[in-house]
Design a protein around this ligand. Structure first.
Ligand SMILES: *[C@@H]1O[C@H](CO)[C@@H](O)[C@H](O)[C@H]1NC(C)=O
Ligand SMILES: *[C@@H]1O[C@H](CO)[C@@H](O)[C@H](O)[C@H]1NC(C)=O
Ligand SMILES: *[C@@H]1O[C@H](CO)[C@@H](O)[C@H](O)[C@H]1NC(C)=O
Ligand SMILES: *[C@@H]1O[C@H](CO)[C@@H](O)[C@H](O)[C@H]1NC(C)=O
Ligand SMILES: *[C@@H]1O[C@H](CO)[C@@H](O)[C@H](O)[C@H]1NC(C)=O
Ligand SMILES: *[C@@H]1O[C@H](CO)[C@@H](O)[C@H](O)[C@H]1NC(C)=O
Ligand SMILES: *[C@@H]1O[C@H](CO)[C@@H](O)[C@H](O)[C@H]1NC(C)=O
Length: 380
């Protein structure tokens, strides 16, 4: 960082003087500058002018303001530093952070934290009504060797990362902590205050790696709803709904192929591996591997495959329009609670092919496991 460079959007040392310079930059943007921003209002100039941008202690004001990094220059590096905070926006149709570009790196300085001010929104019902909430805290549209790394994020209002139409993207080394939302608040009628707080929702994306990340939340740790060649590795997932494919069917993209979940731990969650598809829709779920997944204290299903979702919930009646094929569970082990089922597989008529359980051993669940596929039934 060159504090006194023409290309600073603001120097913390000489406020007034550099503000003048920042205005000059506006008129004649450098092609490759360094911008150091300490105010929300400086970000748009920085994005238009610089490829090395630091966002230091940014306080995003109330009223629908996004940290809009959707048009970053190619190969930009954006560093969040200090504490990034958000006001309140009474709307469900804005995105607090938008990331877009080619070959972009989004990272944090040591000790930095991004706090989504979930407390201003949480009411126990997430995106199902109540207080208007930004449904997607960080919308990611990055391609071509982009990396998101080292972020420490807490208190996101509803879903955290929405990864859509991305390719060649790595997301790694993050701590995503929504534990404060486990506690009921005055609006949540005794329920966990945070709801629908998925860590990663991935759709219509290819060649994505999500790795070495800890997620404490109240819904899917990772949910892949469409896309090809997506790897989710070395995750620690706590408090949520597990490592999910789905729900698939009835969306604009209903094909999910070549997905690997590996070397991960899922604790204190309702499910471990889970694949769910929607009733009377069409789609393809092919080449899915869960390997070396360790489970602990799983309260609904250790491993869950269901083809009976309708209006967001299971009905018990599966349909067969979404084909599930080449699904491997390899070395998925651990414990479920006594009120859980270790295994549950509910396939439609003829719509599951080649589902294999290998070295799978989940214990503790006392409700009878039930698997209508493969013909040999649940693992024993
Ligand atoms: C948010 O807007 C709704 C109308 O959409 C209104 O009923 C509510 O009072 C507003 N809440 C706040 C905190 O401004
Ligand atoms: C994993 O991520 C943590 C930060 O959450 C980091 O400290 C650690 O170095 C990373 N491990 C590897 C092998 O990159
Ligand atoms: C799949 O994605 C990974 C990145 O996660 C990439 O290294 C690999 O080349 C991709 N495979 C294919 C066949 O494109
Ligand atoms: C299995 O996953 C765990 C993390 O849960 C990891 O520590 C271990 O190295 C993995 N084992 C292999 C053989 O990759
Ligand atoms: C088991 O997980 C539930 C959340 O599903 C949590 O409330 C409970 O404290 C956990 N139990 C233990 C012993 O950690
Ligand atoms: C599934 O994997 C096999 C072997 O790697 C490959 O030949 C096939 O094309 C894949 N299927 C899809 C739908 O990508
Ligand atoms: C199987 O899973 C256990 C628990 O995650 C792990 O310790 C072990 O390394 C895994 N073995 C292989 C071959 O992946």
């Amino acid at each position: 960082m060159h504090r006194f460079s023409l290309f600073s959007c603001l120097s913390t040392v000489v406020l007034a003087a550099t503000f003048q310079l920042a205005t000059a930059v506006d008129a004649d943007p450098p092609s490759n500058g360094v911008c150091f921003c300490t105010e929300y209002s400086q970000i748009s100039v920085a994005v238009a002018s610089c490829t090395a941008i630091t966002l230091q202690d940014i306080a995003v004001p109330d009223g629908g303001n996004s940290i809009d990094l959707s048009k970053l220059k190619d190969n930009s590096v954006v560093t969040f530093a200090g504490k990034t905070t958000f006001g309140f926006t009474n709307s469900s149709s804005f995105d607090p952070i938008i990331l877009g570009g080619k070959g972009v790196t989004i990272t944090s300085a040591p000790g930095a934290i991004i706090d989504g001010n979930g407390q201003a929104y949480w009411d126990g019902i997430g995106s199902n009504g109540g207080v208007p909430k930004p449904n997607h805290f960080i919308v990611v549209k990055l391609t071509s060797g982009s990396v998101i790394k080292n972020l420490h994020i807490r208190n996101w209002p509803v879903h955290l990362f929405t990864v859509s139409h991305c390719s060649d993207l790595v997301m790694r080394d993050m701590v995503l902590d929504n534990r404060e939302g486990d506690v009921p608040n005055a609006r949540s009628a005794g329920l966990a205050a945070a709801h629908n707080s998925d860590g990663f929702d991935v759709g219509s994306s290819t060649n994505v790696l999500i790795t070495n990340t800890t997620v404490y939340n109240q819904d899917d740790c990772v949910a892949v709803t469409s896309g090809n060649n997506i790897t989710v590795d070395n995750m620690y997932c706590s408090g949520g709904h597990g490592l999910s494919i789905g729900s698939i069917g009835g969306k604009s993209d209903n094909t999910v192929t070549n997905i690997k979940f590996s070397n991960s731990v899922v604790v204190d969650s309702s499910n471990g591996p889970r694949i769910k598809t929607n009733f009377d829709t069409t789609g393809l779920v092919s080449n899915i591997t869960y390997s070396n997944i360790s489970l602990q204290n799983i309260s609904s299903y250790g491993i869950d495959v269901q083809q009976d979702y309708l209006n967001g919930g299971p009905t018990g009646s599966p349909s067969n329009g979404v084909l599930l094929e080449n699904i491997l569970f390899d070395n998925v082990t651990g414990t479920a609670t006594s009120s859980a089922k270790n295994y549950y597989v509910l396939c439609g008529e003829g719509s599951c092919k080649n589902i294999v359980f290998q070295n799978v051993d989940i214990t503790g669940g006392q409700k009878s496991s039930s698997c209508n596929f493969p013909e040999s039934g649940c693992p024993t």
